[in-house]
Design a protein around this ligand. Structure first.
Ligand code: NAD
Length: 283
């Protein structure tokens, strides 16, 4: 297939590479020195997002935030003016569910299809093609894209209609953030009260408190190794998305709001580019 890929950062680079290795023709925009190896492997560097959309049948986005996706899709020399009937846009960034529905409607008005397909699993999951992919869109469009998802991930679920992938991703980020906060409080409590937090963590791993966050981030907290990983800045953005949706829905998310405030504190302390396990420093 002819596939466009825009957003060649920590996640996008390895994801695009898997598609090249699977034999697809890749068209890339904003190739930087760090992503030049993709061109050496046969991908084509394009001069604009519009050029990508003209050459490819399916355009994948892996960009930081909602305004970036809007600019790349609908800005000057963006994807939209390059689209023709029957093409498919897949947004794999983590962005606003509500904006996603608007972007999908504007794309479908051009005779094209749209899926939101945010991921979980981090850089490790992107490199090992084992990402969890949460998809929103029409079932037949999902089936068209599924062979591509299978080259980038393992746990691939059609959640529901367009925007529902982003809702699942926001839900994922709520669970992870609150779990990080719970592990932080438990380990701080243990050490202040005089027990060795490393031994406490090991004991808790065998019981009902066990979690991937206690396992991986608990170890990071004890060793104070906070290089990312997943930056606090990006997780803060994800909780902002959840809280903005909750505000519009008149829904209370008190603990998400609290952890969002603690992340504000972590950003104020200059920890934005540290791993989200560094949230323990806000305590
Ligand atoms: P990143 O900042 O490393 O990469 C983003 C890329 O987009 C950069 O290469 C940047 O140059 C490019 N970009 C920005 N604006 C552009 C434009 N106008 N035109 C072309 N390219 C543009 O971010 P990332 O860590 O790869 O994350 C991407 C998305 O995936 C985010 O929404 C993030 O929340 C989500 N995510 C990240 C992780 C992780 O562990 N890093 C895990 C799951 C989901």
């Amino acid at each position: 297939m002819k596939i466009g890929f825009i957003g060649l950062g920590v996640m996008g680079r390895p994801m695009a590479q898997h598609l090249i290795e699977a034999g697809h023709e890749l068209y890339l925009y904003r190739v930087k020195p760090v992503s030049a190896h993709l061109v050496e492997r046969g991908a084509t560097a394009c001069e604009s997002a519009m050029h990508v959309a003209q050459l490819a049948d399916i355009v994948i986005l892996m960009l930081p935030d909602t305004p970036d996706v809007e600019t790349v899709l609908f800005g000057e020399n963006g994807v939209a003016p390059g689209l023709g009937s029957g093409k498919l846009v897949i947004d794999m960034s983590s962005i606003s569910p509500l904006a996603t529905r608007d972007f999908a409607a504007r794309t479908e008005a051009l005779g094209c299809d749209y899926l939101d397909a945010p991921v979980s699993g981090g850089e490790v999951g992107a490199r090992s093609a084992s990402l969890t992919i949460m998809v929103g869109g029409k079932p037949d469009v999902f089936e068209r894209a599924k062979p591509l998802f299978e080259k980038m991930g393992q746990n691939i679920t059609l959640i529901g209609g367009v925007g529902d992938g982003q809702i699942a991703k926001a839900a994922n980020q709520i669970v992870v953030a609150l779990n990080i906060q719970a592990v932080s409080e438990a380990l701080r409590f243990s050490s202040k009260a005089g027990a060795d937090p490393a031994v406490v963590r090991k004991a808790l791993m065998g019981g009902f408190a066990a979690s991937r966050v206690l396992e991986v981030h608990g170890e990071r907290m004890i060793n104070e190794t906070f290089e990312p990983g997943f930056r606090i800045r990006l997780h803060h953005k994800d909780l902002s998305l959840a809280l903005e949706s909750a505000r519009l829905l008149e829904l209370m998310l008190p603990n998400t709001a609290l952890v969002h405030q603690l992340m504000n504190g972590a950003l104020a302390k200059g920890l934005g580019d540290k791993d989200h396990s560094a949230l323990i420093k806000a305590l």
